[in-house]
Design a protein around this ligand. Structure first.
Ligand code: CAA
Length: 240
């Protein structure tokens, strides 16, 4: 059945692949983005998927953005909380701002999007929420106390909200991607990245579409008995 889906950070990287995968499965997709207008315009021209701009780390802006989508497209059945940033640095060099931005956007974004959409899903007795966590939220990562804490928080958030959604037909799951060949990973210094890839049993970075396939399954009708779970897609880097 065709549903209405919002993918946050849905015009680039893993988010772009998720938007496309959900569209391929017949859903009406809205891709949210926060900053890069040029990329969003090109994405819409290429894919026909509408892009809506707001910062998911801003509570009021998220409520207003989702209300606009509901008015112009329809009530939202599927949310993929994919938007995320890195502000890597060892703790003794990390500013409060770098801590706070990552918590506000990566973890706060999940709360804000759920506040805007979960009540409607609950009322309509059907919903899918997929939160994009990270291998680094499961295992930790040198230089990422902010990111690892936020992503780990996403895994806890997922399990708690899954319990609240279960009797209303709303499933809430997480995917924990490993290192995927996106701009975010390309920003890791090459010698550091080489060492990380050397520890991935499959021997390579993942591709964005490999994450998107997992998301598409969790969002499908067939996923109805899967809730509160975390699907690791990481080439065997961390077995959790
Ligand atoms: N374990 C132990 N020590 C480490 C280490 C590690 N993993 N990585 C670096 N170090 C050590 C270095 O050997 C070095 O030690 P010495 O001073 O004794 O030589 C020291 O830490 C400083 O290292 P750097 O020169 O790299 O320090 P820096 O301050 O310039 O940079 C950093 C630190 C920003 C954390 C940098 O190492 C870095 O970018 N690391 C990659 C972090 C990472 O993996 N981010 C993932 C981004 S992608 C993502 O997050 C997507 C996802 O979900 C997977």
């Amino acid at each position: 059945m065709a549903r209405i889906a919002i993918v946050t950070g849905g015009t680039r990287g893993i988010g772009e692949a998720i938007s496309l995968a959900l569209k391929d499965r017949g859903h009406t997709v809205v891709a949210n983005y926060a900053g890069n207008d040029e990329k969003a315009k090109a994405f819409t021209e290429k894919t026909g998927i509408a892009a809506y701009k707001w910062d998911v780390g801003d509570h009021e802006a998220t409520l207003a953005g989702v209300a606009k989508v509901a008015e112009e497209v329809g009530p939202v059945d599927i949310v993929v909380n994919n938007a995320g940033i890195t502000r890597d640095g060892v703790l003794h060099k990390m500013s409060f701002e770098d801590w706070n931005d990552v918590m506000r956007i990566n973890l706060g974004g999940c709360f804000n999007m759920a506040k805007a959409t979960f009540p409607g899903m609950r009322e309509r007795k059907w919903g899918r929420i997929v939160n994009i966590g990270s291998v680094n939220g499961q295992a930790g990562q040198y230089g990422q106390v902010n990111y690892a804490a936020a992503k780990s928080g996403i895994h806890g958030f997922t399990k708690a909200l899954a319990q609240e959604g279960a009797k209303y037909g709303v499933t809430v799951n997480a995917i924990a991607p490993g290192y995927i060949d996106t701009d975010m990973v390309a920003a890791v210094p090459a010698p550091v990245l080489e060492k990380i890839v050397a520890k991935i049993p499959v021997g390579r970075l993942g591709h964005a579409y490999e994450i998107a396939r997992g998301v598409a399954f969790l969002c499908s009708e067939n996923g109805e008995f899967v809730t509160g779970s975390t699907l690791s897609i990481n080439g065997g880097q961390h077995m959790y």
